[in-house]
Design a binder for this molecule. Sequence first.
Ligand code: FAD
Ligand code: NAI
Length: 468
Amino acid sequence: MSESTYDVVIIGSGPGGYVCAIRCAQLGLKTAVVERWPSYGGTCLNVGCIPSKALLESSELFHQAKTEFKKHGIDVDPTFDLGRMMKRKDKIVTALTRGVGGLFDKNGVDGIQGLGSIEGPGRVKVTASDGTTRILQGTSIVIATGSEVSSIPGVELDGVHVFGSTEALSLDSVPGHLGVIGAGVIGLEMGSVWRRLGSKVTVFEYMDRPLAFADEDVIAEAQRAFRKLKLELRLGVAVQGTEVIDEGVRVTFKARNGDAVESMVVDKVLVSVGRRPNTDGLNAEAAGVKLDSRGRVIIDDHFQTTVPDIFAIGDVVRGPMLAHKAEDEGVAVAELIAGKSGHVNYDVIPSVVYTAPEIAWIGKTEAELKEAGVAYTVGRFPFQANGRAKALESTQGFVKILADARTDRVLGVHMIGPYVGELMGEVALAMEFGATAEDIARTCHPHPSLSEVLREAALDAGGRVIHF
Ligand code: FAD
Ligand code: NAI
């Protein structure tokens, strides 16, 4: 069995692993990345963020051509070719995953295909698809093995009738009636895609509202948008099971607080009830790396696992399962390994849901501030009063800023509206610099732009909104 020696061996090439590898190489560390899949980039690039956004864009353009173009004086009778739509998505994925390989070459990172398992401190065994094995010795090891689709009791994923997000990104025909279990991020994004392309979509959600952790006003507004799209939401119901029958799939559910069992027959079912941390085949526990009760690798504040010099980042550890969170942890752990002071500010991690309109938030919600007894002011401004939004014919939604009543420091921002995900960069920067609402209000914003809504909300927090 051949052996190679590195400063850092990273297991997994998702946004956590590949960004960590590049930062390690920049810091002069000899670095290898082990990846079990044939392409780099992990869930995000292969079967997550990127392909879902490609399909969201294509389906939204089709939907707009059907419903919105006539408002601009454009008459069209659009049709679509699902095969070509999927090919466009695949092309984007291929370009980006190959791009990661290019970045490895540019930075002198060794990308190694195969399943990585930890043999013990400093030793990673790589089993290639042809069964051959080799040992990589690494002074430090970083576990960046991400997450996998999960399910609930009574719901078996067969990949054809009942499936997770990966299959939902590659269907070869539009389901007549798609059942979706879970009105979280994946359920709403993928539900929107297939609804816009013509499926009847019924989303079953355990909680009384979709995206239960987001701001209440934002969700109330989002529900209006989902109703307009005719995305059927069955809220407050617990799915009990699914059964594949001749007519399709029978979904059995009951009201969360009731006993009566109901059922609905749909053609296909997307299961989007959350993801589970992935440590399959990693041999983590045998190597002394402890997991918590939810299967996540336990780490301390410096990403160190229960074994010295074995670190873990991204979806496989605590915190939100988001690509940018994994990337930031990748950079931080690389810097810590190199003897620098890597750090992630978990108070400033944005969330964006790419529905139409988009939904985005960062920092504290009103509910959290109330519970913590923090006095705050609220500034709010609607897209309805914004010139760029009117020109876009996309005026639904608003920006809401929560600022500390005593210091005016921005504590949270909650948005729904056109491209609000793009406004989030400015908000995150402001919060990183400890900005007050007054700082945002006094900053010159371009006109006409959607970012003016953010500025006006900041002005409103100080009681001096101009355009509303
Ligand atoms: P992953 O990206 O999961 O990468 C882990 C990698 O490790 C994989 O390539 C895997 O094959 C490899 N691996 C695992 N075990 C081994 C092993 N033993 N040996 C070798 N290799 C191994 N997040 C956002 O921020 N924005 C979005 O818009 C967004 N959209 C999403 C849409 C969907 C449909 C899904 C499913 C997820 C989405 N996410 C989004 C979440 C995002 O994809 C994850 O948070 C992110 O990919 C986590 O990065 P990671 O590096 O921790 O793990
Ligand atoms: P999620 O955690 O966002 O939502 C799961 C939903 O399923 C919850 O609302 C939950 O109440 C519901 N649920 C659970 N059991 C149920 C049952 N028996 N019956 C009915 N409803 C039930 O998980 P999701 O959507 O699978 O996404 C997984 C992760 O992927 C998320 O944590 C997210 O961070 C990430 N992601 C991020 C995206 C983005 O940033 N735009 C896009 C897609 C995914």
